[in-house]
Design a protein. Structure first.
Length: 196
């Protein structure tokens, strides 16, 4: 007997109500609908016509939501092969022409994308949703995220949003970026950073 495929739906925009598949819960967490809704209520129309990068892509639920709400293009980085296959299928179901998928380590691949954006003199929104640090092998994941943000050229960023465990306090300032907003959703939280 096959296990039932987990799904979620696009919340708003052009593809509202469209189902997207979720990887198995052991591999990745999908950003909960309430959290996604809050994120896009905050961003509103700012994503229209803009680029969007989702590190640790998983199902692609956040980047695909951005495309549904008018983002010009989205990059998804995912290292896990099973999750990547689900991500590929979800992008094909929504709009493959607006999706670039990288089957790679998120920390390396991000800077490849940023170099591409620099060549085009374009900016992007960046959504970072690393595996929760309670998973084996990810104990220092938030330190790596902080180090990565500190290395990002602010000229390339519209905004950085980090989804993280509420128990972990992200700094008020990281490199050229300052925390401008914080929202809590039970065990998960969103920290918003913009260049100052």
């Amino acid at each position: 007997m096959g296990s039932k495929t987990l799904t979620t739906r696009i919340i708003g925009g052009k593809y509202r109500g469209k189902k997207i598949r979720l990887p198995s819960k052991t591999t990745t967490r999908s950003s909960k609908a309430r959290l996604r809704e809050s994120l896009f209520n905050t961003l509103q129309f700012e994503v229209v016509g803009k680029n969007f990068v989702e590190m640790f892509g998983g199902s692609g639920s956040v980047g695909l939501e951005a495309i549904s709400r008018g983002a010009k293009h989205a990059w998804f980085i995912e290292m896990d092969s099973d999750s990547f296959e689900i991500l590929r299928r979800n992008c094909a179901d929504i709009d493959a022409s607006k999706c670039d998928l990288l089957h790679a380590d998120a920390f390396d691949a991000l800077f490849r994308i940023l170099r591409e954006l620099k060549d085009r003199n374009e900016k992007t929104f960046l959504y970072i949703d690393p595996p929760f640090s309670v998973r084996e092998g990810y104990e220092d994941i938030y330190e790596k995220v902080i180090d990565t943000i500190a290395r990002i050229d602010p000229e390339r960023m519209e905004m950085i949003v980090v989804e993280h465990m509420t128990a972990f306090d992200f700094p008020e300032r990281i490199g050229a970026f300052e925390k401008t907003k914080y929202r809590k959703f039970g065990k998960s939280a969103l920290s918003y950073y913009t260049a100052k």
